[in-house]
Design a protein around this ligand. Structure first.
Ligand code: SAM
Ligand code: FES
Length: 350
């Protein structure tokens, strides 16, 4: 650790903010010693808010049909080899029930942008889950929709929404997405979600093609100013049927370093150690928690469709029943001195 990185780290720890140039320097000049220093402080600041609790969210992958063609994503429209599925309302409610039995008091409905899920259909599902489990939180991760749609879903009872901004650099955004998708609309969605009272999650992939340290610094500045309640980051992992098939994957080391920085920017943020991180390293999720993350998202999808929700190659937890996933995660978390809690795990407001 140089005098400069130490000075930057100390200021981040104290003031939770750096300039764009300083974030870039902290990323470019990183070394193992700085990473350790930041992780220790990130853990300390997280413990002051959330203790050693790790919150769990049951992920239901409701559909792999998508009208979009994001260049990095394995379920993009142009992937003709993708075997498509869509869960019925009954299947989704059954997954939510199973999650509840396993102590998961948040369900996350995630999927491609599948026009089948109109507001009417989603309102029915959200109300169905809330009627069966009034003490559970419902999180949606269904991509870009209109403000009116977000409003209707919120009024039906949805509590949270995850929509990664993917990159805060508009030019980088254009290199990752087809011309029909726009950075401006993604940002509009995030603003609408926040204004409508959702606990809102943004986020990005680490090591996505064309990503620079400057772009990552912009992501950090965006997180600092937007102040999301949740933030999902994980390494980019290539999928063999996408234009980025031959691109290198993002690193576990940089992902963990960024998790620590994000924790220090925003000590109260709910920060998952993602499945992508677990895919890149056998202990990836544990490393994420030890760097400052405090959320895990075990898979609740029916086992027979899991393989089809293939965003990237070699995704983990494909064969395990939900109960096995929970068991495995609890043991892993206990082994590093943390404990999984059945609490809803809402954002701890200031
Ligand atoms: N359609 C919704 C959306 O756009 O927000 C939710 C589903 S989308 C598949 C969820 C996230 O998966 C994306 O925001 C993206 O960051 C991540 N993802 C997609 N392809 C990936 C890849 N190849 N490697 C790592 N993460 C990926
Ligand atoms: Fe739509 Fe990935 S392109 S979910």
């Amino acid at each position: 650790m140089t005098n400069v990185t130490k000075e930057l780290a100390d200021r981040l720890i104290r003031e939770h903010s750096l300039s764009l140039d300083e974030y870039e320097a902290l990323l470019t000049d990183r070394d193992a010693e700085t990473a350790e220093y930041l992780a220790a402080e990130a853990v300390k600041q997280r413990k002051a808010v959330y203790g050693t609790k790790v919150f769990v969210r049951g992920l239901i992958e409701i559909s792999n049909r998508c009208k979009n063609d994001c260049l990095y994503c394995g379920i993009r429209l142009s992937n003709g080899k993708c075997n498509r599925y869509r869960l019925t309302e009954e299947q989704i409610l059954a997954c939510a029930d199973e999650g509840y039995r396993l102590g998961l008091h948040t369900v996350v409905m995630q999927g491609g942008e599948d026009p089948y899920y109109t507001d009417e259909v989603l309102v029915r599902i959200i109300k169905g889950i809330k009627a069966q489990h009034p003490d559970s939180a419902v999180t949606l991760s269904l991509g870009e929709r209109s403000r009116e749609s977000y409003k209707a879903l919120r009024e039906a009872g949805a509590d949270r929404y995850l929509l990664r901004h993917e990159t805060a650099d508009a030019e980088h955004y254009r290199k990752l997405h087809p011309a029909e998708m726009s950075f401006e609309n993604r940002m509009r969605c995030l603003r609408d979600l926040k204004e409508l009272g959702y606990q809102t999650g943004c986020g990005f992939m680490v090591g996505s093609p064309y990503q620079t340290m400057r772009a990552l610094a912009e992501d950090l500045k965006f997180i600092e100013t937007f102040r999301p309640e949740m933030c999902g980051i994980g390494p980019f992992i290539p999928h063999h049927e996408t234009p980025f098939a031959k691109e290198p994957a993002g690193s576990v080391e940089l992902t963990c370093y960024l998790l620590s920085i994000i924790r220090l920017i925003h000590p109260r943020v709910l920060l998952p150690a993602t499945t992508a991180l677990g895919t890149m390293h056998p202990k990836g999720r544990e490393l994420g928690i030890l760097a400052g993350a405090n959320v895990l998202m075990p898979n609740l999808s029916p086992v027979n469709v899991r393989k089809q929700y293939e965003l990237y190659d070699n995704k983990i937890c494909m064969g395990e029943e939900s109960a096995q996933c929970m068991q495995c995660l609890s043991e892993r978390i206990r082994a590093i001195g943390y404990e999984i809690t059945a609490e809803r795990g809402d954002y701890a407001g200031e």
